[in-house]
Design a protein around this ligand. Structure first.
Ligand SMILES: [Zn+2]
Length: 256
């Protein structure tokens, strides 16, 4: 039994956290202040870790801090509504909007940034399966990093296991997709992150992913094009080398 958590990363983090009290960032007034985001950011910077929109920063968020972060975000969103000249004091529709949106961001639609990866129970490939397995369509709910508009679509995964591969249960694919997608994303990077996670836990001979999604920033604003969907794919290992395997996977998608 294993999880996606990398032991190497964990030990580095433990070291970063124990030396944290001595770092200039931790001693700086901003980090010692009340803003929980400043404390989390100081830990990330002290450890030299990236914290882009689609990065998972769960190792740097301590127990109980997520609620405080949500409250901080609500306060800042209230300022945004004020800046938009919306009367948040008297407009009954907008009074609670900052709190609702903060909860939606932190606990729902961007939750994949703040929580640890879902535990993936891995089974040894006892039957020595070496045939193409296709999983999907799995629903994708994400948001674009550029406009924070929804991205709604579906994803298919193709796996070519070998005798040494680990297999994961069907429902775990959906949980992993949800974890990767519930962050502000760029479709190409989302698919690559999903592929990295699956390769790491399954160690297959080949991995293929196709994602097809509707980007609401294209409907709601900009060109206001209603018909466009974005499709992209990633092919690794045997799927790159073997065109008939690739064709077999793509033909299964069409019939799905
Ligand atoms: Zn966008």
């Amino acid at each position: 039994m294993n999880t996606l958590t990398k032991p190497l990363t964990l030990s580095l983090t433990t070291e970063a956290l124990t030396t944290e009290a001595l770092t200039p960032e931790a001693l700086a007034p901003a980090a010692a202040g009340s803003a929980v985001s400043a404390r989390i950011r100081a830990r990330l910077e002290a450890a030299g870790e990236r914290y882009f929109a689609n990065d998972n920063i769960s190792e740097f968020v301590h127990d109980g801090e997520l609620d405080a972060l949500q409250e901080e975000v609500a306060g800042e969103l209230r300022k945004v509504l004020n800046a938009l000249v919306i009367d948040v004091e008297h407009d009954h529709n907008s009074q609670d909007t900052a709190r609702r949106v903060a909860k939606m961001f932190v606990q729902e639609v961007f939750r994949g940034r703040y929580v640890a990866p879902p535990p993936l129970t891995e089974f040894p490939n006892v039957s020595q399966l070496n045939e193409l397995m296709t999983v999907g369509p799995i629903k994708v709910r994400s948001a674009c990093s550029h406009h924070l508009c929804p991205i709604i679509g579906k994803v298919w995964v193709g796996v070519l296991p070998n005798g040494e591969s680990n297999l994961i249960g069907l429902s775990k694919y959906a949980r992993l997709v949800e974890w990767v997608m519930s962050r502000p994303q760029i479709q190409e990077e989302a698919v690559a992150q999903l592929a990295d996670s699956l390769e790491e836990s399954m160690n297959p001979n080949g991995l293929a992913i196709v994602m097809e999604a509707d980007h609401f920033c294209m409907h709601w604003r900009g060109v206001k094009d209603d018909g466009s969907k974005m499709t992209n794919s990633i092919m690794r290992g045997a799927f790159l080398e073997d065109s008939s395997l690739r064709r077999e996977f793509l033909s299964l998608l069409k019939s799905a």
